[in-house]
Design a protein around this ligand. Sequence first.
Ligand code: CA
Ligand code: CA
Ligand code: CA
Length: 297
Amino acid sequence: MKNSIIFLLLLTIVPYVRAQGGKTYPDGKGGEVYFPLGDVSFADEVVSFKVGDPAPVDGYGPEKSLHIPDYTGGFQEKYTTLGYGGELIVKFNDNTLADIEGPDLYIFEIGPAVEPVDVYISKDGKNWIAVGRTGGGFSEVDISEFIQKNDVFRYVKVVDIKDKKSGKWPGADIDAIGAIGSGLNFKLNDAFLFDTGKAVLKDTKELIQVVEKIKSLENYSIVIEGHTDNVGTTESNQLLSEKRAGAIKSFFLDHGIEEQAITARAYGELQPIANNNTEEGKAQNRRVEIVVLLNRQ
Ligand SMILES: [Ca+2]
Ligand SMILES: [Ca+2]
Ligand SMILES: [Ca+2]
């Protein structure tokens, strides 16, 4: 029952966000940064890491840049040194990156000098959008001018710009990567929602719970994304995902969520999250993702 995990998330994260509001983290340079979603906001998974050349003397591993910033000074093994020209790709799982007013993404880089990185974002981990370069005291990135309204992203890539070749730790030292513009991400498996090939909702019990939780939040917007496996034509999959995202949108409207708060999108088979060569992978790919964005209060 994959869905029970999702609802566990809903039941735990939503009250947390309501009770706590956001949270402030030290930026490692004497200042602090506010994240409206708190601890959930940070990158959850390493997708790939290509250490630069020369590599650092002591490499602490790419996973040191996941989760909340935890470096407090000195020689702590709590950051990822990219190496000269190194490249790190991370992914958000329980949250997404989105545009809100002001900066949207923050790269926690440690050390006395800010060593710049080029920053890229992606929806699928394949097609990348360059969103700027950190450095010169700036570690925050505003993605608004590079994207469409209400776009949501799950991947971030940072590439060391080959500024400093010398020293024991060449390249940028990354403690954490966080989405200030962040949404809660819920994946609903289609098997619970629809019959094969159909776009009529069959079991809405859990969707009602989703609606109730969303309505308990303030100042939110919702992005509904329909996705399919690769069985059938690309066109038919596109159409099916469109109808299913539309069915969820109608359900939300019928249950008192305002139309201007909802964006529905369809991706068909274009954004799989698992291998379509296995039955299990296909089942994971047949899904609706609901992203709840919390705007700055
Ligand atoms: Ca996260
Ligand atoms: Ca922004
Ligand atoms: Ca860290």
